[in-house]
Design a protein around this ligand. Structure first.
Ligand code: CAA
Length: 693
């Protein structure tokens, strides 16, 4: 066996040159892999005892892409293009054997092999779009030549991997094998020395001829993806590269792809998206809870509440085959809740994601109950009852007497003191918060609230479990509103002041929407319902919200709130009456209204969020700034191309943020703007939030 580099070795077995890549955990195309592949293919090609070259990866996956950590650094070693050229031009067949995930540069490398075989569980994708870049190693030119233009666009602009069945049906792979090595060897022997011209993807043109005939294909595609890709640069660049496959030669197309790739990779948007990729993974790490902390199995869930939250939360568990005992007060609420769950699952059937049999199977995992005692055997119990401390305490007192020893007790509270809730039990170390976001079956964020006494085992268990049920967990300390809502409250407070002092809800919303969030604070309030937490019995027209609710304008569900809503399309339009009402209210409060520029509106909405984020860090309620960014991206739709509020603050310059906070404090004579000590310190030390990650 010849060691080519520390990441690649070469071995001739039964007349086949086996190039083995080992670069755990995901066999990324680091320098050692590129150098090794280049040299290994060269040596194997020159070795007369080898009739074919088999590329195989050690561990759980084939190459999962370029080494993202190398981006932004000066290039070193062999370029991926040279590796690909060596493979494609080899005089003997090169076969890639694929397991796990062939992603990005990995799939692009596979596409430069003459043949590809894979195990059934393998996935294939070009997900670079999620990093704000495009497949920059020939992917935009090769993939459309294999699977066709429209499918290639879907794979590259959507960034979602496809499975082995799709890959086989669409020519991405040549065979599905049972055993990676044995199957790969058998295939290699079959094609070795056949003397046929070796197939090169770059020469395929069948799909391009078909696509050329469809003159509206790209217009149609652009329209289809416009809403989803708003604000991102990579999708359009990918489309242009694919258009090139129809108008340029392969080599010219590669050159144009390179130029667009370089532009994107240097952009701040891509930097933000790459930062975010690592931020999400970093959020899993808890400094004082090491990776080898023992965890306990969670094979059953008890869910208290079958309403919107309880139903949604429980869906995540049955989707993973975990049985759920779901408890309600009354049969009617139980029936209604489970009917909603079923109809939510059935939407997946309509979209072809699951079959009706699978829905039946998931529904069969529910055990409906009207009795808390039925939770006695559950490994974990989550309550999603009314958000009032007394009610939560009552539930936990009862649970303490019912739950088996060793059961995890979790509250889905969105803002309450988890320590206080835990204190009513005799086992506070088994208690923590699991704050799901609505709709809980869809939203990826899970704030895992670590109470003072929560044990490390419980924390590690719930972090692992979150990943299993498809959530992105972020640890939060106990503070009102935890990380996400605490920051949201600050933005809301300022947004309300803005409309009192001079602007209108739609102006604020437009600015926030243009910044990249899916909706502004007022549209969001309408969606959530203006009467959440509003009590008609005590309402005395003290806020604009009070007045709107008193007038029956309670948000989208009543067809009107800050906006009017079209009953069919739910499209929103500003309302003259609301404008009058706001003007009257300001006058009544004796406020002299003034103009706000778009820039000032943005600063007044976003900078309090940054300041509150800094306070959260100061108090140790978030482990690191990037965790706050993960919360805002996943829970509130902060655009990934702006990294998150803390990343964004760094791009604005912390000294600029601080100066503005002080300016507003002076102007408004309001302590709301008091800069956090953490922000002051970072600025005086010449540091950024990123330095704290
Ligand atoms: N480069 C560097 N590190 C990577 C990486 C990459 N491409 N992919 C994953 N990692 C690291 C992660 O940061 C993580 O590190 P830590 O353990 O230190 O946190 C570790 O590998 C394991 O990753 P995950 O926790 O994500 O493991 P998983 O099993 O849940 O998922 C995966 C595996 C599906 C491969 C996922 O990691 C992933 O999606 N990776 C990115 C794939 C990608 O985007 N590829 C394209 C790269 S860009 C490119 O290739 C450009 C080009 O055109 C040449």
């Amino acid at each position: 066996m010849a060691v080519i580099t520390d990441m690649v070795d070469l071995n001739i077995q039964d007349g086949i040159a086996v190039l083995k890549i080992k670069n755990p955990p995901v066999n990324a195309l680091s320098k050692g892999v590129r150098d090794g592949l280049y040299e290994g293919v060269k040596q194997a090609n020159a070795d007369d005892s080898a009739k074919a070259i088999l590329i195989i990866c050690v561990g759980r996956t084939y190459i999962a892409g370029a080494d993202i950590k190398e981006f932004g650094r000066p290039p070193q070693g062999t370029s991926l293009f040279d590796v690909h050229k060596e493979m494609e031009n080899a005089s003997k067949p090169v076969i890639s054997t694929i397991q796990g995930t062939a992603l990005g540069g990995g799939l692009e490398t596979a596409l430069c092999s003459h043949y590809r075989v894979a195990v059934t569980s393998a996935k294939f994708g070009l997900p670079e779009v999620h990093l704000g870049i495009l497949p920059g190693a020939g992917g935009t030119q090769r993939l459309p030549r294999v699977v066709g233009v429209e499918k290639a666009l879907n794979m590259m602009v959507g960034g979602k991997p496809v499975n082995a069945k799709f890959a086989l049906e669409n020519g991405l792979i040549d065979e599905i094998v049972d055993d990676l090595f044995e199957g790969g060897m058998a295939f290699a022997k079959k094609v070795a020395g056949k003397g046929e011209v070796l197939p090169k993807v770059r020469d395929y043109d069948e799909h391009l001829v078909v696509a050329k005939a469809d003159t509206e294909l790209f217009d149609r595609y652009r329209k289809k993806i416009a809403r989803k890709t708003r604000g991102f640069d990579a999708p359009e660049a990918i489309i242009q590269c694919v258009e090139d496959t129809l108008r340029l030669s392969f080599d010219e197309g590669i050159k144009a792809e390179r130029n667009r790739f370089m532009k994107l990779v240097k952009s701040q948007k891509s930097e933000a998206q790459r930062y975010y990729f690592f931020a999400e993974r970093l959020a899993n790490k808890i400094p004082d809870v090491p990776k080898d902390t023992p965890t306990i199995p969670v094979n059953s869930l008890g869910m208290i509440g079958a309403g919107t939250m309880g139903g949604g939360i429980s869906m995540n568990f049955v989707s993973q085959g975990i049985p759920v005992v779901i408890v309600e007060h009354e049969q009617e609420a139980l029936d209604r809740g489970l009917a909603v769950v079923r109809s939510n699952f059935m939407r997946g059937v309509k979209r072809g994601r699951v079959t009706e049999e699978q829905v039946d199977q998931m529904m069969s995992l529910y055990k409906p109950s009207l009795n808390l005692e039925d939770l006695a055997d559950c490994d974990m119990i989550i309550e999603a009852v009314f958000e009032l401390m007394d009610i939560k305490k009552e539930v936990f007192t009862k649970l303490d007497g019912i739950a088996k020893e060793g059961a995890i007790l979790a509250t889905n509270s969105s803002a309450l003191d988890v320590d206080e809730i835990a204190s009513v039990t005799k086992r506070p170390e088994w208690v923590l918060g699991t704050h799901f976001f609505s709709p809980a079956n869809i939203m990826r964020l899970l704030e895992v609230v670590r109470a003072e006494k929560t044990s490390k085992t419980i924390l590690a268990t719930v972090m692992g479990l979150s990943k299993k049920i498809g959530k992105v967990p972020v640890v939060s300390g106990v503070c009102p509103g935890f990380i996400g809502n605490r920051i949201l409250f600050k933005r809301g407070e300022q947004a309300n002041k803005l409309i009192l002092e001079g602007t209108m809800p739609w102006n604020v919303d437009d600015v926030v929407y243009d910044f990249g969030l899916p909706m502004g604070p007022f549209a969001m309030a309408d969606l959530a319902g203006l009467d959440v937490g509003w009590d008609p019995r005590i309402s005395k027209s003290q806020t604009i919200r009070d007045v709107l609710c008193e007038n029956g304008r309670r948000g989208q569900k009543t067809g009107k709130g800050y906006y009017n809503y079209d009953p069919e399309t739910r499209a929103k339009t500003p309302d003259e009456g609301v404008k009058e009402l706001i003007l009257e209210f300001s006058e009544k409060m004796g406020i002299t209204r003034r103009e706000f520029s778009k820039e000032e509106i943005l600063q007044r909405c976003i900078y309090p969020m940054i300041n509150e984020g800094a306070r959260i860090l100061e108090e140790g309620m978030s482990q690191r700034p990037s965790d706050i960014d993960v919360v805002w991206v996943n829970g509130y739709g902060w655009p990934t191309y702006r990294g998150g509020p803390m990343f964004y603050a760094d791009t604005v310059g912390l000294e600029n943020v601080l100066a503005k906070l002080k300016e507003f404090q002076e102007k408004d004579q309001d302590d709301f703007w008091q800069p956090s000590a953490m922000l002051e310190k970072l600025v005086s030390d010449g540091k950024n939030f990123r330095d704290l990650n």
